[in-house]
Structures are given as structure tokens and as C-alpha cells.
Design a protein around this ligand. Structure first.
Ligand SMILES: Nc1ncnc2c1ncn2[C@@H]1O[C@H](COP(=O)(O)OP(=O)(O)OP(=O)(O)O)[C@@H](O)[C@H]1O
Length: 230
């Protein structure tokens, strides 16, 4: 679905990612793990076109998108939920969903599907998004991304700072979404258990290099923990 092939990127003269290859399987979940500063968010920024690739290639369904602008990638079905559960704080939960749904043929149905997936958003539909808890805001951010009907959903640390019960809900949603078909997910995550349970493929990044990769699932926990020295 999405392939980052031998990608090198950086912000200043020095590089942050050094020849990284990550493949997101079609209708599967690829998890990228690694400690703080390993380069996970940088990888996502490169995938979305927010950061220019210095060498290497990015393919979406076999098409070379390395030179495309972020909006062109969105138009090709990529959706990105950045770290920090971004939404319009002054708008209500429902208004936040409507902003994305407006103008879409299936707008109302997409909102209904999102509310079915995250019932708490229906209960809090008239609450300002800025007053939601971190976990609720994360659910709203994922719901907004899903209303854009992506083929590839990119999530940057969706469990960061979120209470365990909501982490489990978000994890289940990711698993359900991927198993429904028609959606691939690139998940950046520091929690090894969460990431492996949700993923069909995993990568560990350390100092901008892939130090371990393989099939997802709990069986990979030993290799991942060894690569992360935890
Ligand atoms: N805008 C920037 N300008 C310069 N250097 C940056 C910038 N953003 C990140 N970096 C550096 O790039 C490296 C990788 O950062 P990145 O945010 O990709 O790591 P991460 O694995 O996502 O970490 P975290 O889990 O803390 O979010 C770090 O050394 C960081 O200081």
C-alpha cells in the first residue's frame, strides 16, 4: 500500500532518518516503534510530504509520490492524525465532524458510522472539543480522519497520555478498522504491547535506522524489546 524505500530525511544539514525502508501492507497495520527521538514522527512527516525526502522513494499503491505535496497525498486517500489530538477547540464535537463531512455525498452516513465506532462522541456531541478529555479528543481526531474516507490512515502515538480504558478502545477500533478491509494503517506507537497486538507488520527505529522488523503479533515482543533494549 505505502512503501518508504531507503528514505533519508533531515531538518538541518544532518540527517534524522538514514536509509529507512518501511512497508504498510494493503488492508494491514504496520507499527513503527522506538524511543523518544528515534525518528518516528519524522518518518510520518516524510510519508505525508511535510518533509522533503533527501534520497529514497515513497510509493503509494506502486505510484511514485515522492515529489507530491501533502494535499495531493490527501487527495490520493492518505489521512494523518498528528500527535496531540488536534481538532477545533471552539467547535463542538459534532461541528468538528461536520466540518469534514460537509460536501461529501455520504456525509451523514459517515458521521453515523463514526459515532457508532466511538459512542462517547455522540454522548458529547454538543460539548466544545477543547473541553473533551485527551482520550475523547483522540477519538474525535480519528473519527474526523475516518470521515474523509481514507485508504491509508496514519496515526502518530494515538495512546500518548491517555488512560488505559480508552487505550484499549482505540486499539480495538484500529483492529476492527483494519479487519473490515479497505483501509491500511501506519501506526507510530511507543507501547510495544498495543502496537504488536494491533499490527500485522512491525518496525523498530533507533537513531533513525530500522533495527528490527517482522510480522506483528505478540510473538514478536521478545525481538522488539531486545531491539529497544527494554
Ligand atoms: N523541526 C525540527 N527541527 C530540527 N530537528 C528536529 C525537528 N523535529 C524533530 N527533530 C529532531 O529529529 C529527531 C527525531 O525526532 P522525532 O520527533 O522524529 O522523534 P520521535 O521518534 O517521533 O520521538 P517522540 O516519541 O519523542 O515523538 C530528534 O533528534 C529531534 O530532536
Amino acid at each position: 500500500m505505502l512503501s518508504l524505500l531507503d528514505v533519508t530525511v533531515g531538518y538541518t544539514r544532518s540527517n534524522v532518518l538514514h536509509g529507512v525502508t518501511v512497508e504498510v501492507p494493503t488492508d494491514g497495520v504496520a507499527a513503527v516503534m522506538g524511543h523518544n527521538g528515534a525518528g518516528k514522527s519524522t518518518l510520518i512527516r516524510a510519508a505525508m510530504g511535510l518533509l522533503k525526502v533527501r534520497s529514497g522513494k515513497i510509493l503509494l499503491d506502486g505510484e511514485d509520490i515522492t515529489g507530491l505535496r501533502p494535499y495531493q497525498r490527501v487527495a490520493r486517500g492518505m489521512a494523518y492524525v498528528p500527535q496531540g489530538q488536534q481538532s477545533f477547540g471552539q467547535l463542538t464535537t459534532m461541528e468538528n465532524l461536520q466540518v469534514v463531512a460537509d460536501g461529501r455525498k455520504r456525509g451523514r452516513a459517515l458521521i453515523d458510522e463514526a459515532l457508532e465506532m466511538f459512542p462517547v462522541l455522540g454522548e458529547l456531541s454538543s460539548r466544545k472539543a477543547g473541553l473533551l478529555s485527551g482520550g475523547q479528543r483522540q477519538q474525535l481526531a480519528i473519527a474526523r480522519a475516518l470521515i474523509s474516507e481514507p485508504q491509508l490512515l496514519i496515526l502518530d502515538e494515538p495512546t500518548e497520555g491517555i488512560q488505559p480504558s480508552i487505550v484499549a478502545e482505540i486499539q480495538q477500533t484500529i483492529i476492527d478498522l483494519a479487519s473490515r478491509g479497505g483501509l491500511s494503517v501506519l501506526l507510530v506507537e511507543q507501547h510495544v504491547g498495543f502496537a504488536l497486538d494491533a499490527s500485522s507488520r512491525y518496525y523498530v527505529l533507533a537513531s533513525g535506522r530500522v533495527t528490527s522488523s517482522g510480522d506483528g503479533g505478540r510473538e514478536a515482543a521478545g525481538s522488539v524489546r531486545e531491539a529497544m533494549a527494554i
